[in-house]
Design a protein around this ligand. Structure first.
Ligand code: FES
Ligand code: FES
Length: 242
């Protein structure tokens, strides 16, 4: 702050020195007879003088402006104002509950679920649409929530792993994954279960090879594939509504 004041004072002092030396020079030139009185009204001369005065005023203004700007930035005002302008209001039904939200247009559905709504059952694996750990249902269709902007889901019904069970009763696919030991570390499991349910609903669970193909977007680093397939097959054969 002190430095800025010194700079501003110096700039103002310089302006005064320059202005007065300019005036002195003109007076000296007049006295010495180098400049005739009418040359002082010369157009070019006056234009140059006006330009000089404008530039020195601008420099002074610039030297004085930063403290106010810096103060606003320090208080985070710029970000708060930007936040309000940037956020978009929207409503979504998440696990049967209507949510009125305000989100930045760049927010992915995955980040909204995990960071704004604390629904951390949906996992972030790659964040590039390659692992399937973030699979959720939007109006019954499975999607990679890391690839979907929240604003694109306006008005839709989103179901996450937290919304699959009915009260204390597990969804048949959740129960089957436990029964058939369809996981090891469990990181990919919410995505596998959401995809497994969709796979049956889509009519793509009629054979082991079909399940493998339609579950190929869900990667399991632990290699629990054989048991995942057993669990999905059992649910399909069990005939329960999924
Ligand atoms: S986190 Fe979305 S596909 Fe991997
Ligand atoms: S159970 Fe560990 S990644 Fe699938």
């Amino acid at each position: 702050m002190a430095n800025r004041k010194i700079v501003a004072t110096k700039l103002r002092a310089n302006d005064l020195i320059l202005c007065s030396s300019n005036e002195n020079l003109m007076a000296k030139e007049e006295n010495s007879g180098k400049i005739l009185p009418e040359s002082r009204t010369d157009k070019k001369y006056n234009e140059a003088r006006r330009t000089f005065l404008k530039q020195s005023s601008l420099l002074t203004a610039l030297a004085l402006a930063p403290p106010a700007v810096v103060k606003a930035a320090e208080a985070g005002l710029d970000e708060k104002v930007a936040d309000q302008f940037e956020k978009v209001p929207l409503s979504l039904e998440i696990n049967g509950e209507l949510k009125k939200l305000s989100v930045e247009p760049r927010t992915t559905l995955l980040d909204l679920l995990r960071e704004q709504l604390d629904l951390t059952g949906t996992k972030k694996g790659c964040d590039y649409g390659q692992c399937g750990a973030c699979t959720v249902h939007a109006d019954g269709q499975r999607i990679n929530s890391c690839l979907s902007l929240t604003v694109m889901q306006e008005g839709k019904k989103i179901t996450t792993i937290e919304g699959l069970a009915t009260g204390d009763e597990l969804h048949p696919m959740q129960a089957a994954f436990i029964e058939y030991d369809g996981f090891q570390c469990g990181y990919c499991t919410p995505g596998q279960i959401m995809s497994g349910v969709a796979c049956i609903r889509e009519g793509h669970a009629n054979s082991e090879s079909e399940i493998r193909e339609y579950m190929s977007g869900n990667i399991c680093r632990c290699g629990a594939y054989p048991n995942i397939i057993k669990a999905i097959t059992a649910v399909k054969k069990g005939g329960k509504k999924v």
